[in-house]
Design a protein. Structure first.
Lengths: 740, 175, 134
C-alpha cells in the first residue's frame, strides 16, 4: 500500500505542477507580461500589479493568501472572461508611477514587502484584473500542496526501505534486511531512482517555501518564478513516472534484497547526498527567479535582495556537501587523497563556483544596481551546472569511479529536459537581456571593482573545470582519440587563477564602495602582505617545496590576516552579522588553503611490509604493529590490525584499521584508521598479507590536513551568519515599515 | 556586437549538448586498445610457468608461423569461460602461446587440469611486466602475431564462439 | 566530491573475487630507499591512470594491475630513468589515455589555451562596466 500511496502522491504532485504552470502562464498572459503576449503589450503594461501595496503591508503579513484557494478560484470563475488586452489597457495608467516605488524600495532595502496577492488585488478594486489576480493567488497554495505531496512520496520511499519491503524492486536491488538501520534509511537515496525522487522532492519543497515566505517580489514576478519552478518540477516528475519509477513492484517478491554497495555503507551516505542535493536544487530557486524576472522584465535591486537568501542557503549546503564528500572520500578510499579532479567531483564543484560568483554579483546588484545582466546569467548558469552535473553523474558518459550505469533511454530523457530548461532559459536571456538597463559604470578601484574581479576569476575557473572535464569527450567526438585530462591540467590551469583570486579576496573587503585610492589600499594591506612575505621566507629557509604549495602557504597567512582586517577598530558587538559572516567565510578560505598547501607540501608517506612486532617511523610518530585479528560486524567480517602509535614521550594511541569483507554484495573495502591531532592526522591502512606472515601497511602523517575541512566548515558558518544577518535586517526593516 | 554576445551562452550550450549526444550515442566502451598493433613484439624472456612446459621469449614468437598469444590467469573467471573456445582453436591447428599473469604454479596446474590446456608454451609474468610491454590492460586478452614477430591484432576480453571467425581471419591475414 | 557518492558501482564489481592470490610485486607498495627518487616516482604515479578501475590514478588504486604499474615505475626510476621517459613508454603502449597530464600536441592546444582565453574574454566583457579613471 505504501508504494501505491507514494506513486499516487507523485502523480498528483505532477498534475498540480502542470496546473501551477498553466495557471501561472495564463495569469501572466492576462496581465500582459508573458513572453507569448507579445513585446508591445508587455511594454505597455510593465507593472500591472505593482501599485498599491504599501497600505496593505500589515494585513498581508498577518494573513497571507494561503487560506484562500477556493475563494480565489471562485473569483477566477467570475473574472475569467476578462481578456488580456483590456487588462493591459486598464493598467496603462500606472505607467507614470512605475519607476517610483521600485527605486524607492530598492534603496531602503525592504523590497516589495507584503505584496500579498489578495490584498494587492483587493486594493485594485475595479475588477479589471481580477481574473489574473485570482489565477495568481491560486498559484501559491498550489506550490505548497505540490511540495507537500512530493515530500509525502519521498517519505513513503523511506518507509519502504526502513521496513525492508522486498516486494518493491528498488528495495530489493539496493537493500538487505540485515543492513543496519541507518543504511536502510540512507539506502533510499543511495541509488538512481531514489536520488532522483529526492531531487524532485527538494525542488518541489523549495518551490513551496518560495510560495510561503516570499513577500518582497512583485506579484507577476513571483507568479512567473513559481511557474518556472513548476515547469522544472514537471519534467522531473515525468522522468520519474515514465522512466525511473521508484515504487515499481516485483512479483513474486524475493526472500531478501541484494544489499547496498558496501562503499556506500557509511554515515557519509546519510549526510552527504542530501546536503549536496539541497545545494544543487536550492539553486533552482535562483534559476526560477532569474527566469521570472526576465519574463516580467523586473531585474533590479528587489530581485537581487529576494534572490540573495536563497542563493546563500543553497551555497551553504553545497559548501557543506562538498566538504563532507571530500572528507568521506579521504577516509573511505584509503589512499589519503582528498580531491581527485574526478568528473563527478568537478560536477559538484562547478555549481559551487557559479553560486559563489552569483553570491558576490548579487551583492553588487543589491547595493549598487549594477551587473544586472551578468547576475541573471549567473543565476541561470548556476542551476544549469547543477543539472548538467547530475546528468553527467547519472549518464556514465564520462568515466568516473563514481558513475552510475544508466540505460540510454534515461540518458536521452534527462538530456531532453536539459535542452528544454537550459536552452529555454538561455534563449529567453538572449531575447530579454537587451531590455535590461545597466547602472552607471564602476570605478576600477572600488569594492564593486574587486567584486567584478572576483566574478571574472571564478567564472574563468569554472570555465577551466568545465572545459577540462568535457575535453576528452569533445576530442573523441571530433577525431576519435581517447585522452585523459586530470590533476596535472587542473592544478596548472586553475591553481594560479585560484591563487590570484585569493589574493584579490584579501583586498576586496578593504576597499570602499564607489571609489577608493590605491595608496590607501596599499596602507591597509601592508601588514598582511608583510606577513605573506615573512611566511614565504620562513618556508624557503626550512625546506624547499613546490611553487604552488609555497605560494599557497604564503598567501594563506597573509590573506587570513587580511580577512580579519574589516573588523579592525570596530565595535565587534555592533558589527552586523553579515559582516561577521563575510569575515569568517573569507578566513575559512585562507584556513582551507593553508591546509591544502601544507598537506601537499609536507605529507610523509610510509609503505611497508611489516611483521607483528615491527615498528615503523612516519613523521613524528613511531608506530608499533601489534598484529591482525579477525572480527565480525553486523553485516561484514574483517581483518583488523592493531597499531600503537607514539609521538616523542606522549601517551600511546591505538589505531585499528580494517580490511572488510561484505557478503551482500561480495565486496572488499579498506577502513582506514585516523588519529587526529591539532597539527595534523596520522592515517593508517591495512593492506594484503603475504605467505611469509607480513602485512602491507600504508601510513601517512599529514600536517594540518584537517584545516582543509575545518576551513570548509568556517566557510559554511560564515555563510550561515551572513544569511542570518540578512534575514534579521530584513525583518527589522519590515517591522519598521509596518509601524509607520 | 553586444546582441551577438548575448547569444553566445546558448551557442556554447548547443556545443556542449552536441558532445553529450555523442557521448550517449557512442557505445559504452571502456576498452583501451594497445598501440602496439603493427609493431614488433617487445623483447622479453619469461621463465616457464609450469615445470615440463617451456617458457616464452620474443624470439619464440618470430619463428615463421603466425600464432595466437593468450594473456590469462588462473584467478580470472572469464579466462575459464574462454578455455573451451581456445581448445577448439587448438584443434583447428592454431598454435597458442600464453603469458600467465601473477600466477602460482599450483593454481595454474589445477586450472589447466580442470579447463584444458591448449597452450604450447606458457611464460610466467609475475609482475605484469611483459603484459604492460604489449600494451595489454587486463586478462584475458589475445594477440595475433605473424611469423616475423609483428603484432597484428588484439582481442580484448574472452574469445567467444562468435569471435572465432575474426580471430581465424586475423591469423590468415598474418600468414 | 560526489566521490564515492551513490555509485562506485564500477570499482568493486570485478576485483572482489577475481584477485590474484600472489603477493604484490616488490615495489608495488614498497618505497624506494632514496627519498628524492621516491618523490619523483610518486609524482609520476599520481598522473598515470589506472587501466582497470579507469577513474583513479594508479597511486590511489587497490587494483593488482595498478600495483604492478607502480612497481614498474619505481623499478625504472631506481634504474635512473626519467619520469617523462617512463610516461612516454606507457603512452607508446596505451596511448594518451593513460596519462592524466594532457600532452602538448596540437589537439590539446585549445585545452591549454582555455584559461588564458577565458580570462581575456572576461576582461573584455568586464571592461565595459568600468569608467576610465582620471
Amino acid at each position: 500500500m505504501i508504494a501505491e500511496a507514494g506513486l499516487a502522491a507523485l502523480w498528483l504532485a505532477a498534475a498540480l505542477a502542470a496546473l501551477q504552470l498553466v495557471l501561472g502562464l495564463s495569469a501572466l498572459r492576462k496581465a500582459g507580461v508573458a513572453p507569448g503576449a507579445g513585446d508591445g503589450a508587455g511594454k505597455a503594461s510593465r507593472q500591472p500589479f505593482s501599485t498599491p501595496f504599501l497600505p496593505s503591508a500589515v494585513e498581508a503579513r498577518a494573513g497571507p493568501a494561503i487560506g484562500g484557494p477556493s475563494t480565489t478560484l471562485g473569483r477566477n470563475g467570475r473574472g475569467g472572461g476578462h481578456a488580456g488586452p483590456s487588462t493591459a489597457l486598464g493598467m496603462g495608467g500606472d505607467e507614470g508611477s512605475q519607476a517610483g516605488p521600485l527605486t524607492a524600495l530598492g534603496i531602503d532595502g525592504g523590497g516589495g514587502a507584503g505584496a500579498g496577492p489578495s490584498a494587492a488585488f483587493g486594493a485594485d478594486g475595479d475588477g479589471q484584473t481580477s481574473g489574473a489576480a485570482a489565477l495568481g493567488a491560486a498559484i501559491r497554495p498550489l506550490a505548497i500542496v505540490q511540495g507537500l505531496l512530493a515530500l509525502f512520496a519521498f517519505a513513503c520511499l523511506i518507509a519502504l526501505f526502513v521496513r525492508s519491503d522486498m516486494s518493491v524492486k528498488l528495495v530489493v536491488e539496493n537493500s538487505h534486511s540485515m543492513k543496519p538501520m541507518l543504511y536502510k534509511w540512507a539506502g533510499a537515496w543511495g541509488n538512481h531512482e531514489g536520488s532522483m525522487l529526492m531531487w524532485v522532492t527538494i525542488l518541489a519543497v523549495a518551490g513551496a517555501l518560495v510560495g510561503v515566505v516570499e513577500r518582497r517580489l512583485r506579484e507577476p514576478t513571483l507568479i512567473a518564478t513559481l511557474a518556472a519552478q513548476a515547469a522544472i518540477a514537471l519534467g522531473f516528475y515525468a522522468f520519474l513516472l515514465f522512466a525511473s519509477n521508484p515504487f515499481a513492484r516485483l512479483n513474486p517478491a524475493p526472500a531478501d534484497g541484494m544489499g547496498l554497495n558496501p562503499l556506500l555503507q557509511d554515515p557519509g551516505l546519510a549526510f552527504h547526498p542530501p546536503t549536496l542535493y539541497l545545494g544543487y536544487v536550492g539553486l533552482s530557486v535562483a534559476f526560477s527567479f532569474a527566469v521570472g524576472a526576465l519574463v516580467t522584465r523586473d531585474v533590479g535591486g528587489d530581485f537581487a535582495r529576494a534572490m540573495r537568501p536563497w542563493v546563500l542557503a543553497a551555497w551553504i549546503m553545497l559548501t557543506i556537501g562538498i566538504t563532507a564528500g571530500s572528507y568521506w572520500a579521504y577516509y573511505e578510499l584509503g589512499w589519503g587523497g582528498w580531491w581527485f579532479w574526478d568528473p563527478v567531483e568537478n560536477a559538484s564543484l562547478m555549481p559551487w563556483l557559479a553560486a559563489t560568483a552569483l553570491l558576490h554579483s548579487v551583492t553588487v546588484l543589491a547595493t549598487r544596481q549594477g551587473l544586472r545582466t551578468w547576475t541573471v546569467m549567473l543565476a541561470v548558469v548556476a542551476f544549469s551546472m547543477s543539472m548538467i552535473g547530475t546528468f553527467l553523474v547519472r549518464s556514465g558518459i564520462l568515466t568516473s569511479v563514481h558513475a552510475f550505469a544508466v540505460d540510454p533511454r534515461r540518458g536521452s530523457f534527462i538530456l531532453a529536459l536539459l535542452i528544454l530548461y537550459i536552452g529555454g532559459a538561455l534563449a529567453l536571456f538572449a531575447l530579454r537581456a537587451p531590455t535590461i538597463r545597466e547602472g552607471t559604470p564602476f570605478d576600477p578601484v572600488s569594492r564593486e571593482g574587486a567584486l567584478v574581479g572576483n566574478n571574472l576569476l571564478l567564472s574563468a575557473i569554472l570555465g577551466v573545470v568545465l572545459v577540462g572535464t568535457l575535453y576528452p569527450l569533445g576530442v573523441e567526438a571530433v577525431n576519435g582519440e581517447k585522452l585523459s585530462v586530470g590533476p596535472p591540467y587542473f592544478n596548472a590551469a586553475a591553481g594560479p587563477l585560484a591563487l590570484i583570486l585569493v589574493a584579490l579576496m584579501a583586498a576586496g573587503p578593504l576597499l570602499r564602495w564607489r571609489r577608493d585610492e590605491l595608496g590607501a589600499l596599499a596602507r591597509r594591506i601592508a601588514l598582511p602582505a608583510l606577513l605573506s612575505v615573512a611566511t614565504l621566507g620562513a618556508v624557503l629557509l626550512v625546506s624547499p617545496i613546490g611553487v604552488l604549495p609555497l605560494l599557497g602557504l604564503a598567501l594563506a597567512t597573509g590573506v587570513g590576516a587580511a580577512s580579519l582586517a574589516p573588523l579592525w577598530k570596530r565595535n565587534l558587538r555592533r558589527t552586523p552579522l553579515f559582516t561577521w559572516g563575510m569575515v569568517i567565510a573569507h578566513l575559512g578560505i585562507a584556513v582551507s588553503l593553508f591546509g591544502m598547501a601544507s598537506e601537499s607540501a609536507f605529507t610523509k608517506e610510509k609503505l611497508v611490509a611489516a611483521r607483528p612486532g615491527d615498528t615503523v617511523a612516519v613523521g613524528p610518530y613511531s608506530v608499533r604493529f601489534v598484529g591482525v585479528d579477525p572480527i565480525a560486524g553486523p553485516n561484514w567480517t574483517a581483518l583488523e590490525a592493531t597499531m600503537v602509535a607514539r609521538r616523542d614521550n606522549g601517551a600511546p594511541v591505538t589505531l585499528k584499521p580494517q580490511a572488510r569483507f561484505f557478503p551482500n554484495p561480495p565486496t572488499e573495502t579498506n577502513e582506514s584508521a585516523i588519529a587526529t591531532r591539532l597539527d595534523g592526522q596520522l592515517y593508517v591502512v591495512l593492506g594484503k598479507g603475504d605467505d611469509d606472515g607480513r602485512w602491507q601497511l600504508r601510513l601517512w602523517w599529514k600536517p594540518f590536513v584537517t584545516l582543509i575541512w575545518g576551513g570548509g566548515g568556517l566557510i559554511a558558518l560564515g555563510g550561515a551568519l551572513s544569511l542570518l544577518g540578512r534575514l534579521r535586517r530584513e525583518r527589522t526593516a519590515h517591522d519598521r515599515r509596518a509601524y509607520l | 556586437m553586444r546582441k551577438g554576445l548575448l547569444w553566445a551562452p546558448l551557442a556554447l550550450f548547443a556545443l556542449l549538448v552536441g558532445f553529450i549526444v555523442f557521448g550517449l550515442v557512442r557505445p559504452a566502451d571502456h576498452v583501451i586498445p594497445s598501440k602496439m598493433i603493427g609493431q614488433p613484439v617487445p623483447g622479453f624472456a619469461l621463465p616457464a610457468a609450469l615445470p615440463g612446459k617451456p617458457g616464452l621469449d620474443s624470439a619464440a614468437l618470430a619463428d615463421g608461423k603466425p600464432r595466437l598469444l593468450n594473456v590469462f590467469a588462473s584467478w580470472c573467471l572469464p579466462c575459464a569461460a574462454e578455455a573451451p573456445v581456445l581448445m577448439a582453436l587448438k584443434d583447428k591447428g592454431v598454435t597458442i602461446d600464453a603469458i600467465a599473469i601473477r600466477d602460482r604454479p599450483d593454481d595454474l596446474a589445477a586450472f589447466l587440469a580442470r579447463w584444458g590446456d591448449p597452450f604450447a608454451r606458457i611464460g610466467a609474468d609475475h609482475d605484469s611486466r611483459v603484459q604492460m610491454a604489449f600494451g595489454s590492460s587486463g586478462v584475458p586478452e589475445s594477440f595475433v602475431i605473424d611469423g616475423r614477430g609483428i603484432i597484428r591484432h588484439q582481442h580484448v576480453g574472452p574469445i567467444r564462439e562468435e569471435d572465432v571467425p575474426a580471430i581465424l581471419a586475423a591469423l590468415d591475414g598474418a600468414r | 566530491m560526489r566521490a564515492l557518492v551513490l555509485a562506485l558501482l564500477l570499482v568493486p564489481a570485478a576485483p572482489a573475487l577475481a584477485d590474484s592470490r600472489m603477493a604484490a610485486a616488490a615495489y608495488a607498495d614498497t618505497q624506494l630507499a632514496d627519498p628524492a627518487q621516491e618523490a619523483k616516482a610518486t609524482a609520476l604515479m599520481h598522473t598515470i591512470r589506472c587501466l582497470v578501475c579507469q577513474g583513479q590514478s594508479i597511486a590511489d588504486s587497490d587494483a593488482d594491475m595498478a600495483g604492478d604499474m607502480r612497481a614498474l615505475i619505481r623499478r625504472r626510476i631506481a634504474a635512473g630513468e626519467e619520469p617523462e621517459a617512463i610516461r612516454r613508454w606507457l603512452i607508446e603502449r596505451y596511448g594518451d589515455w593513460v596519462s592524466y597530464a594532457p600532452s602538448t600536441k596540437p589537439v590539446n592546444w585549445p585545452l591549454w589555451a582555455a584559461p588564458l582565453l577565458l580570462v581575456a574574454a572576461g576582461v573584455l566583457i568586464a571592461r565595459r562596466r568600468f569608467r576610465r579613471r582620471r
